[in-house]
Design a protein around this ligand. Structure first.
Ligand code: TMP
Length: 209
């Protein structure tokens, strides 16, 4: 059985992470082994970098280099081996978040991000870039997401940004979502209805029988 790389994306407060348990259960019920992971993070080194990225002020290039350094370690040690074993990799955020947050949100050079993406996601033998096969994009208006986040927990560096920042991030996601691997999920609905959309996408695209 070949591996499946599935990512979840969306602005902070869009509710994507609350569906990971159910996704894992769905694939396990279909007989698949699942590796659940997240970015930035997923390895001891990448989790250490996550702590810095989410807490320390830094310029956008430094931030981009750190998220891609964390990603490289994560790919080499977790994602690529799990896919080689034929597993389903469920990853909470990946490179689309870098284009959305560092690119669209912070206004960092998209061409430089594209170069870093090529370096970091290249296979060992020069084969095609590692990319998710399916990206679930939880799309929610930034004002609604901000209201959901308000008072939920102590905000990290990104969650503390104003709505205007998330409007730019959301526009960045909308641009990335033109790629066919994206499925847009309307996240402005009760949780059960959002889950029904997720399940429908997986069935329509043949990832679940
Ligand atoms: P999380 O709260 O969904 O785990 O995401 C952590 C934060 O890191 C979130 O605010 C988005 C941000 N982020 C980036 O800015 N760039 C990236 O490449 C990734 C993966 C996350």
């Amino acid at each position: 059985m070949s591996g499946l790389f599935l990512t979840l994306e969306g602005i902070d407060g869009a509710g994507k992470s609350s569906h990971i348990d159910a996704l894992e259960a769905l694939f396990q019920a279909a007989g698949r082994t699942v590796t659940r992971t997240r970015e930035p993070g997923g390895t001891p080194l990448a989790e250490t970098l996550r702590g810095l990225i989410l807490a320390q002020p830094m310029d956008a290039l430094t931030e981009s280099l750190l998220v891609f350094a964390a990603r490289r370690d994560h790919i080499v040690n977790v994602i690529a081996p799990a896919l080689a074993r034929g597993e389903v990799v469920l990853c909470d955020r990946f490179t689309d978040a870098t284009f959305a947050y560092q690119g669209a949100g912070r206004g960092f050079d998209l061409a430089v991000l594209g170069t870093l993406e090529q370096w970091v996601q290249a296979g060992q033998g020069g084969e095609t870039l590692l990319q998710p096969e399916l990206t679930l994009w939880f799309d929610l208006q930034p004002e609604v997401a901000a209201a959901r986040l308000a008072g939920a927990r102590l905000p990290d560096k990104f969650e503390a940004q104003p709505v205007a920042f998330f409007q730019q991030v959301a526009a960045g996601y909308a641009e990335r979502a033109k790629a066919p691997r994206f499925a847009r999920i309307d996240a402005d609905q009760p949780r059960e209805q959002v889950w029904q959309q997720v399940e429908a996408v997986l069935r329509q695209r043949g990832f679940i029988a």
